[in-house]
Ligand binder design. Structure first.
Ligand code: SF4
Ligand code: SF4
Length: 424
């Protein structure tokens, strides 16, 4: 079997890269190296967290999503909007008008992730109760967290909530309904997600654990934002009656989701921000958090409102969404069909496997020799972990040297020391 190729929704514009190494320092999986003043990404290690996109001041790492024109390939076009989307607009723009504006982008129907939030919460509770032997259960909705576990914490893969994410559940449900109602073949229906982060774009193109490829494309909130704002100006005075689901917007906020799952017999914890998530996953590995039944893990600040494709500050967006939840009235949704599908096991995902990252050598003897050499180089390096060499830590540089990807001369601290010694 050939090596698996990983899709990523980010790309490096070499001409813009100054070699500053800011991206190297924020990458949680040590996927970035800067050599000859240009950054490159190890595709096996990258989990699409978007940290490097956020930190690069030179726009040398840019996110990618699908072009909106893609919808023209389908007879019936559906947009599914992520819950964080509605926190992106100022408070004079109503939730319903923002949703109506998305419809005017050229879709025949607009649905929301928020429609299935309540169903998700009851499904999560049921799953936790049915899997008493596994503790804690780890949320699987954030694709960056799922990949982080595959790359760095593979022993925790069995703890993941092994059911599909809300936008995938909604896609399956809508496909069936629309196909029957409109008398259309599956291939004539295009279902597209409007997403807050690069991890979700990647998940649409390369879903982990899905039995079937479900969606036809993903559009970044940032990419459509300008167009939506223009349409809002046109439709604000002629609003249509649009159903909204404010109660379901809680899905955008990691803390609120944990509060909803929490109950008499379920203790839930919420964690966001990739550094915090890594700290918690290390503690879960050490069985330090076995007292929790469920842990909501989101790679971005405050949950999906912090996604790098959003336009609004995550704290402001969170406050707006909380206001919408408080002020709004939610239409009840009939989830009987979804419950039936869940009970039939239709939302289960394929158990996930670890992502292999670099091995020193296939030959165990050679691998041990290389390990010794890494330790030798490590004693020579200053131990500052400054990243100025283009590798994230001194250990990573020692590894890169032994693997023939760097030289000891890349260490600027040693270089300076040597030239000082020579001048004395
Ligand atoms: S942050 Fe990374 S990609 Fe951006 S300029 Fe610096 S080294 Fe290059
Ligand atoms: S997206 Fe995240 S994991 Fe991938 S290279 Fe950037 S910082 Fe590293």
């Amino acid at each position: 079997m050939g090596e698996r190729k990983y899709f990523h929704a980010i790309q490096i514009l070499e001409d813009n890269c100054t070699g500053c190494t800011a991206c190297v320092r924020v990458c949680p999986t040590e996927a970035i190296r800067v050599r000859d003043r240009k950054a490159s990404i190890d595709t096996n290690r990258c989990i699409d967290c978007g940290n490097c996109v956020d930190v690069c001041q030179f726009h040398a790492i840019i996110p990618s999503s699908d072009p909106l024109d893609l919808i023209k390939n389908f007879k019936y076009k559906v947009a599914i909007i992520s819950t964080s989307f509605f926190g992106q607009f100022t408070e004079d723009i109503s939730y319903a008008v923002a949703k109506q504006a998305v419809l005017h982008l050229g879709f025949d129907e607009v649905a929301e992730e928020a429609m299935v939030t309540e169903f998700m919460i009851s499904m999560i509770r049921d799953y936790i109760r049915a899997n008493r032997g596994k503790r804690p259960i780890l949320s699987s909705n954030c694709p960056a967290v799922v990949r982080l576990i595959q790359v760095k914490y593979p022993a925790l893969l069995p703890n993941l909530f092994h059911q599909e994410a809300p936008m995938s559940i909604l896609t399956r449900y809508l496909r069936e309904k629309i196909s029957a109602r409109e008398n259309l073949a599956d291939t004539e229906i295009g279902i597209f997600l409007i997403v807050p982060c690069v991890a979700h774009v990647t998940a649409v193109h390369q879903p982990e654990g899905a039995y079937k490829h479900l969606q036809d494309g993903a559009f970044s909130t940032g990419m459509i934002y300008g167009k939506v704002r223009d349409i809002i100006k046109q439709v604000q005075n002629e609003p249509l009656t649009v159903e909204t689901y404010p109660k379901g917007l809680t899905w955008a906020l990691s803390g609120v989701q944990a509060e909803l799952v929490d109950s008499d017999d379920i203790r839930a914890l919420s964690v966001n921000g990739v550094e915090n998530v890594m700290d918690i996953l290390s503690k879960v590995e050490d069985h330090y958090l076995d007292q929790y039944d469920y842990i909501v893990l989101r790679s971005c600040t405050n949950g999906c409102v912090g996604g790098c494709l959003n336009v609004e500050n995550p704290f402001v967006a969170m406050s707006r969404i909380k206001k919408m939840i408080k002020d709004g009235e939610t239409k009840d949704i009939d989830v009987k069909d979804l419950e039936e599908l869940y009970n039939e096991g239709e939302f289960a995902v394929v158990p996930l496997t670890p992502r292999p990252i670099m091995e020193l050598d296939k030959d165990i003897k050679k691998a041990i020799q290389k390990m010794k050499k890494i330790n030798e180089f490590l004693t020579l390096l200053p131990g500052l972990n400054c990243s100025a060499c283009g590798s994230p830590t001194c250990y990573a540089l020692a590894e890169d040297i032994v693997m023939g990807k760097a030289s000891i001369d890349d260490c600027v601290v040693l270089l300076k020391r040597h030239s000082k010694d020579e001048n004395e």
